[in-house]
Ligand binder design. Structure first.
Ligand code: HPA
Length: 246
């Protein structure tokens, strides 16, 4: 039994080199997770893998059942999560292909179920979320990135948006003024739900485009596929190096 999970994002429905022992579809009080949990070993380390967008990448970020995913992992004993996802870069120092290990979040999402305590009768637990990411996991990812020789940015503020549309230039300007360095659609409420269940969480953000107004012209999503493919290859090399240290 392992207490370590990896949540894969866009372009990462499976982990190359993972030896799979079994798959399990977990039932939760919040409905079905995105797909069965995959148990196995990566680089000699036991791990549970969950593809956030489903096995066929068919569930977009705004349709993901974050409660079911996080609950499912917790219910099988997971205590630490390394999550992976794609982002756009607001900070011009972040290049396409860089992997950013954010240390803060600003949550701009709306219309997402952001807590496990949703009954009118339930007493809401006010969790501390000052530091949304677990620093031990963050440092392990940063070291893993250095060992794997992937381009790493070791801090940054993740601006979480609902999507599925991308942002306007003015929205990105506002996010920049707020202090966001990257923008993405999948870290919230995943990170705060993990905190509600005392699951340590860190995020590996793969930069696939300059955010709106930060590159030349408009954003062409068709251009992302190459950046996703090579970024996810880098993320997997980073994870391979990170796991033995955990
Ligand atoms: N905005 C929001 N989410 C994203 C982006 C972006 O520019 N790129 C990848 N995910």
């Amino acid at each position: 039994m392992t207490n370590l999970a990896i949540i894969g994002g866009t372009g990462l429905s499976r982990l190359d080199g993972m030896t799979v022992n079994r798959r399990e579809m977990v039932k939760t009080p919040y409905g079905a997770p995105s797909c069965p949990l995959v148990y196995g070993e990566l680089n000699g380390v036991s791990v549970v893998f969950l593809s956030r967008h489903g096995n066929k990448q068919s569930i977009p970020a705004h349709m993901v059942n974050y409660c079911a995913n996080v609950w499912a992992l917790h219910s099988v004993g997971v205590k630490r999560v390394l999550a992976v996802g794609v982002v756009g870069a607001i900070n011009e120092k972040c290049n396409v292909g860089d992997i950013i290990i954010p240390d803060q979040i600003i949550d701009y999402t709306s219309d997402r179920t952001g807590s496990f305590d949703n009954e009118a009768s339930s007493s809401a637990r006010h969790i501390d979320f000052s530091y949304p990411y677990n620093d031990e996991l963050r440092q392990a990812l940063i070291q893993g990135g250095a060992q794997a020789e992937v381009p790493i940015v070791d801090h940054g503020t993740y601006g979480a948006v609902s999507g599925p549309r991308l942002e306007t230039v003015a929205e990105i300007r506002r996010m920049e003024r707020d202090g966001c360095s990257i923008v993405g659609m999948s870290c919230m409420p995943e990170a705060s739900l993990a905190r509600e269940l005392d699951v340590d969480y860190a995020f590996c953000a793969v930069n696939v485009n300059p955010a709106a107004g930060k590159g030349d012209g408009v954003i062409d999503v068709a251009d992302w596929s190459k950046a996703i493919e090579s970024g996810m290859a880098s993320a997997q090399r980073l994870l391979n190096k990170t796991l033995p240290a955990l």
